[in-house]
Design a protein around this ligand. Structure first.
Ligand code: P53
Length: 477
């Protein structure tokens, strides 16, 4: 058998993309609430255009999302029916600390997640909790400039103290920051960073990254102190870069592009700033404010496992003529002529998952966890609301096969696999509902119309069988 007996099959979501209830029970406003759907979304999520509150000209899909805040029991029951061993979800920081800098938490927010975790256990599901999935309370954005301020480290530490103590015994798998490298690509959505005209953007990004890395190490430390059973992971938006040609210049470009992302995990997993990064920052004139004790803290509190999202491989080139970007993804990449693409232009590369698993395992030699993978596609329900999503089944089956090869043939130590958006939810990149990933269809459109009714897709029963056979039977019949 390829996968370990206790392999953690499941699905993944993020608070801001599914909960809704943005102002319920004392929840405070967060950066992820004020990113609208439409053409302003990209400049806003990259921190170029300011959006610190709602206005009448835009639609903000996270406000209601798929209303999981009120429907989580029904949704978790469906996950249980599929046989999920784990459910990856994130905590909305501003439910627990509405402004972020209070000393006392909001009890209603804490209770919500306690109930949700208990509901998971009722169905035999182990929660896998992302402490921060892109969200940052707006008060922290406005008063402190979000992660550019070192004070955020202390506020995050408070959050960690509260949740690790409160959820002791209910949660043992934790991720500190979702796709921590996203701070480089979508700094407002990923870390609440908005840039003024005179900002040195790179300086701000890397200083903020240092703060997040410190916060991550502190979280790891507290998690282990509160409960030695706790397992803490880092989380990378992964996808190996390929050189476009065998021209050594392309090969070097691909290595550098990989390193730009691995930089974060190098610190979280090996506990040190890598030399290549220190040299690069020095050349760019970026001086990090690293204080006494910081480097020791990073060194002494490395993660227990390395998790990542994988949707696609990427391609690097030095040929200016080829610098035509693949559509739809905020990661820079040229088109790979050997691969097909999704309706959103994300190129589909199952072997790339095996390559990525091996690259990461070679580099860190720690247990790995694939915490996001999936196909965002347009689903067309029939008159009964049923979606025959063979394209999704094919995508997932091919990726699970590649993952099996990495485990069985290459010996990669893999803890589990959670598909992205196991129930349809709001797209992070585009804000659309139309870009669906789920095994469960949710009746809601891009403009917020729909009954929110949940309906199983064809892939629901397929994934149930995959889990029941521990990944042995991937057939689609
Ligand atoms: P969507 C790209 C762009 C934005 C977020 O993305 C991304 C990526 C992936 O490289 O990261 C993750 O919804 C993220 C999720 C997100 C998922 O990818 O744009 O952790 O929040 O929904 C899929 O199709």
């Amino acid at each position: 058998m390829a996968f370990r007996k206790d392999f953690l099959w499941g699905g993944a979501t993020a608070a801001n993309q599914c909960e809704g209830g943005y102002d319920k029970d004392g929840r405070g406003l967060a950066n992820v609430d004020v990113v609208p759907i439409g053409e302003d979304r990209l400049p806003i999520i990259t921190g170029q255009k300011k959006s610190f509150d709602f206005d009448d000209d835009h639609f903000y899909p996270a406000k209601e999302a798929i209303d999981m805040y009120h429907r989580y029991k029904e949704d978790i029951a469906l996950f249980g029916e599929m046989g999920f061993k784990t459910y990856r979800l994130s905590i909305a920081w501003s439910r627990i600390f509405p402004k972020g800098d209070e000393t006392e938490p909001n009890e209603a927010g804490l209770q919500f997640y306690e109930d949700l975790f208990k509901e998971c256990h009722k169905h035999g599901i182990e929660p896998l909790v992302t402490i921060t999935h892109f969200d940052c309370p707006m008060h922290l954005v406005e008063k402190y400039g979000a992660w550019r301020s070192r004070e955020l480290v202390g506020f995050y530490e408070n959050l960690c103290h509260v949740i690790f103590n409160r959820y002791k015994g209910l949660v043992k798998y934790w991720l500190t920051f979702n796709e921590i490298n996203m701070i480089l690509h979508a700094p407002f959505m990923g870390a609440g960073l908005y840039f003024e005209e005179d900002d040195n953007v790179e300086q701000v990004k890397y200083q903020s990254a240092h703060h997040e890395l410190l916060a991550s190490a502190i979280a790891t430390k507290i998690a282990h102190e509160v409960d030695p059973e706790n397992k803490v992971g880092c989380m990378l938006a992964a996808g190996a870069y390929y050189p476009y040609t065998s021209n050594p210049k392309d090969v070097w470009a691909s290595r550098q592009a990989d390193r730009e992302n691995y930089f974060f995990i190098d610190v979280q997993s090996r506990g040190e700033y890598p030399q290549y990064a220190l040299k690069k920052l020095e050349r760019a004139g970026i001086e990090l404010d690293i204080r006494d004790g910081d480097l020791e803290l990073l060194k002494e509190n490395t993660v227990d496992f390395v998790s990542f999202s994988y949707y696609s491989s990427r391609v690097a080139t030095t040929d200016p003529k080829l610098l035509e970007k693949t559509a739809g993804n905020i990661f820079e990449s040229v088109k790979n002529p050997y691969l097909e693409a999704s309706e959103w232009g994300w190129q589909i590369d199952p072997l790339g998952l095996r390559i990525t698993l091996n690259d990461i395992y070679d580099r860190y030699q720690k247990p790995l966890f694939i915490v996001e993978n999936g196909l965002g596609a347009v689903d067309t329900p029939d008159e009964n609301g049923y979606v025959q999503d063979d394209y999704r089944i094919n995508y997932l089956a091919e990726h699970i096969k590649a993952m099996k090869d990495a485990v069985e043939l290459d010996g990669v130590d893999l803890l589990g696999y959670t598909t992205w958006g196991c129930i349809d939810l709001v797209s992070a990149g585009t804000g659309e509902m139309k870009k669906r990933y789920g095994f469960i269809y949710v009746d809601r459109d891009n403009e917020g119309h729909g009954t929110l009714k949940r309906t199983k897709k064809k892939s629901f029963d397929w994934y149930k069988k995959v889990i029941a056979t521990n990944g042995e039977d991937l057939s689609n019949d």
